[in-house]
Design a protein around this ligand. Structure first.
Ligand SMILES: Cc1cc2nc3c(=O)[nH]c(=O)nc-3n(C[C@H](O)[C@H](O)[C@H](O)COP(=O)(O)OP(=O)(O)OC[C@H]3O[C@@H](n4cnc5c(N)ncnc54)[C@H](O)[C@@H]3O)c2cc1C
Length: 459
């Protein structure tokens, strides 16, 4: 079997889907090849025993200007979007055995018992710290260093550190502020500091009629979970544009373009294409490029990936005496807990659990505790139930328990990331384009944008 196309997109995660849709819209003959038996990559929604489980992302933040919005509108999906319930504004931080609501607005920061008066004064002093003061010369500053120098140790340990765990499954000292949280360094560079920058942002939001606290564009999903969006997106591509097969070999043709071999079960399928978009994790892109471009592959391999294991726990509400409705619970590293964070999934969106039951999605592993992510199922279950006992007082065996593991879960924007990406761009061979969550932000909507950009560059 042999297929001819303009562009072969390798990887059916959200970046590959976005690239394929954009190319299809531009009239290109595109083939999207996905090694797994389903599309979506990290995005996968599964129904099990009356629970709706998100095996990867639970929700997505939608900024008004994100390209994903255009597609949601075009495919009639915007009307199905579910905004996370108002309860999701309650995010808890676990400190010395107690849950504190995370202060997400200036007024709640002033009154929160989470920080001591000294810590609050240290945060307020940020207004008077000159831009770049204490910035190490020439190095790619870590998130930890940045927050310590601008807002102090307390703010870093009790708020930023648990937040970083929740988003990157990592630690502030392991991430580059410029690459992982570009908005923070931008606020310092453009407004002289974070408080000044935040005031500017809230004025802009007020002018545009956006919510002043919490995530600006809002957190969203669909009644059928994020999988509903993936199904609609893949429905836009016709059957001839999709193949469940793994790219195993490729070489450049003397006449231009590429000859590729895709493996579908035991059948080899030949694809001849003019261009290729590799929309995979950095390590999968490295494996694809290793033979022909070893130097590029070694830079791609050097991007760390955090392993993550997720436990889905379904219990009766009465079994959780210490439970309050909310988005979930985050844990500062200093508390030495064994989980990264808990999402109270049945509080976020309706119909995630049977009536009267609570669905908790518990994340563990990450850069600091990779072994937990890979531990035996029985050990993992015991760890999770022990932690839920400590946090919510869960004493009984839950009626529902399921595990999902991602050995290479979250791309890490570690110090030197921007230089690595620059090198990757300079070494990428002609006719090959890269997309994926290591290039322009790890969130669903940023990764989607990144796929669109790769498609446009390939035109
Ligand atoms: C556990 C977890 C929770 C997350 N939570 C959130 C969240 O709440 N909100 C949010 O915005 N983001 C979240 N993210 C991040 C976001 O989901 C991902 O960054 C994004 O979905 C990644 O998309 P991608 O296209 O880059 O890669 P992937 O989704 O990894 O897709 C890459 C695809 O390429 C395929 N592939 C690889 N090699 C080949 C080959 N040789 N041939 C064919 N196919 C190949 C793979 O099978 C895979 O399906 C989370 C991620 C994880 C893992």
């Amino acid at each position: 079997m042999s297929i001819n196309c303009d562009v072969l997109v390798v990887g059916g995660g959200i970046s590959g889907i976005a690239a394929a849709m954009e190319l299809h819209k531009s009239g290109k003959k595109v083939l999207l090849a996905e090694a797994r038996g389903y599309l979506g990559g990290a995005i996968r929604t599964v129904e099990d025993s009356g629970y709706l489980l998100e095996m990867g992302p639970n929700s997505m933040m939608l900024g008004t200007e994100d390209p994903i919005n255009v597609w949601l509108d075009q495919l009639g999906l915007s009307g199905n979007l579910l905004k996370a319930s108002p309860d999701s504004q309650n995010r808890y931080v676990w400190i010395r055995g107690k849950l504190f609501p995370a202060p997400l607005s200036p007024s709640s920061f002033l009154t929160t018992p989470l920080f001591s008066l000294r810590e609050k004064i240290r945060v307020a002093q940020e207004l008077f710290i000159p831009q770049g003061s204490g910035l190490p010369d020439g190095s790619d500053e870590t998130v930890g260093h940045f927050v310590r120098r601008r807002l102090g140790d307390g703010f870093l340990e009790k708020l930023i550190d648990p937040f970083v765990k929740g988003v990157y499954a990592s630690h502030p000292d392991l991430l580059s502020v410029e690459s992982a949280f570009p908005l923070l360094s931008k606020l310092e560079k453009e407004h002289g500091g974070l408080i000044r920058g935040a005031i500017h942002l809230s004025r802009t939001k007020r002018r545009k009629g956006m919510p002043l606290s919490g995530p600006s564009g809002g957190l969203y999903s669909f009644p059928g979970g994020l999988g509903e969006m993936v199904r609609a997106f893949s429905g836009y591509l016709n059957d001839d544009s999709l193949i469940h097969a793994e790219l195993t070999e490729w070489h450049r043709l003397p006449s231009g373009g590429f000859k590729c071999v895709l493996l579908q079960e035991d059948e080899a399928i030949e694809v001849v294409c003019k261009k290729m978009i590799l929309a995979t994790s950095p390590s999968d892109a490295a494996r694809i490029l290793e033979k022909n471009h070893p130097e590029l592959a070694s830079v791609l391999f050097s991007i760390p990936m955090a392993p993550v294991a997720i436990a889905y726990v379904g219990v009766a509400r009465e079994a959780l005496p210490g439970y309050s409705p909310g988005f979930g619970v985050l844990f500062p590293t200093s508390e030495k807990r064994k989980v990264l964070g808990i999402i109270q999934s049945s509080d976020l969106f309706p119909n995630r659990s049977p009536e009267g039951k609570v669905l908790l999605t518990v994340f563990a592993g990450g850069m600091l505790s990779p072994k937990i992510a890979m531990s035996f199922d029985e050990d993992f279950e015991a760890i999770i139930l022990g932690e839920l006992n400590a946090v919510f007082g869960l004493k009984v065996k839950p009626e529902f328990f399921r595990i999902q593991r991602w050995a290479e879960g979250i791309s890490q924007y570690s110090p030197g990331h921007a230089l690595r990406i620059e090198k990757i761009r300079s070494l990428t061979p002609e006719g090959v384009f890269l997309a994926g969550n290591y290039l322009g932000g790890i969130s669903v909507s940023k990764t989607f944008s990144n796929g669109v950009e790769a498609a446009r560059s390939s035109l």
